[in-house]
Write a protein that binds this ligand. Structure first.
Ligand code: ZN
Length: 300
């Protein structure tokens, strides 16, 4: 019998930062094959995005097919000095497991796999059990679940019931159930000014000053107060870049990236309109900017 904590630790020890497989899918595949699952590795590629490996595993062939959907990829660690533990050591301190992916969502996968193993020890399911595990949830999400679902359709693999093992409950299991998902979109803002010397600002147009005003306007007000089934929408600036190593040059260009998680009070089209309105109003006279938007999903 596998142990859920041990399996979670082994998975965390695979450094599977998107799009790297890191051994996590290999480990999962060998574990599931050992339990009688039939496994399909589904690597996908697309121009402009990194190749990503995915895993679909099924126990049995009968219907209904009960599926657990999840991902083994994790977000980057950020600066390691901001960690009090090695992000990939899966250390246990005072009964708490620490590591990248401990919450989102290697522990959930481990718990499900071990629960299935326990169940199979006592009985054979009437239907089948499957796992749809992508390595592209935290990245561009182009070569992951969407393409896997296409593959499933083409190969007559029907999923009847699906549970998503994402961490959702704020403090304890069973506290909260989600019946939909928020939308997500990314924005890349580039503000163009005129480079110059800080001693002669009247000859320049400081892009950093403009972007500061624009980003302040962007975060000034909450997007909403939440809806019946969704929490309030949020906007987070993820990076601001001027890339100016000197102190006496006025930057001619400034960039920022932000992510919006939005509820069913919005659509990506309406939010894009709103973004332009905010930026047009806050950039100041004569300012120029480009806004590139990528929509990951609308609320559903
Ligand atoms: Zn996740």
């Amino acid at each position: 019998m596998h142990d859920a904590v041990a399996l979670a630790r082994d998975l965390i020890r695979c450094p599977s930062v998107t799009p790297i497989e890191g051994g996590a899918l290999d480990l999962l595949q060998s574990t599931l094959e050992g339990m009688g699952f039939t496994c399909h590795r589904l690597p996908f590629s697309a121009e402009g995005t990194p190749d990503v490996d995915n895993l679909y595993a099924r126990y049995g062939t009968a219907r209904p097919n009960f599926c657990f959907a999840g991902h083994t990829d994790v977000v980057p660690t950020g600066p390691t000095e901001s960690w009090s533990v090695d992000p990939f050591a899966a250390e246990i301190r005072d009964g708490v497991l620490y590591g990248r992916g401990a919450t989102d969502m290697k522990s959930a996968i481990a718990a499900f796999v071990v629960a299935v193993q326990r169940m199979l020890r006592d009985k054979t399911p009437e239907g089948s059990i499957s796992l749809l595990i992508t390595g592209d949830e935290e990245g561009p999400s182009v070569n992951g679940t969407k393409k896997m679902l296409q593959w499933l359709t083409e190969n007559d693999e029907d999923i009847d019931i699906c549970i998503v093992g994402e961490p959702t409950n704020p403090t304890r299991l069973g506290e909260m159930m989600k019946i939909g998902r928020r939308g997500s979109m990314n924005g890349w803002l580039t503000v163009r000014g005129e480079q110059g010397h800080t001693a002669y600002p009247h000859l320049a147009d400081n892009a950093a000053h403009r972007i500061v005003d624009m980003l302040r306007a962007l975060t000034a007000e909450p997007l909403d107060e939440g809806s019946d089934h969704f929490q309030p929408s949020t906007l987070q600036i993820s990076t601001i870049d001027v890339g100016n190593p000197t102190t006496n040059v006025i930057p001619g260009e400034a960039r920022a990236t932000f992510n919006i998680r939005f509820n069913d009070l919005h659509s990506s089209a309406k939010l894009t309109e709103w973004l332009h309105k905010v930026f047009d109003a806050s950039i100041g006279d004569g300012g120029k900017y480009d806004l590139h938007i990528e929509v990951m999903a609308n609320p559903s």
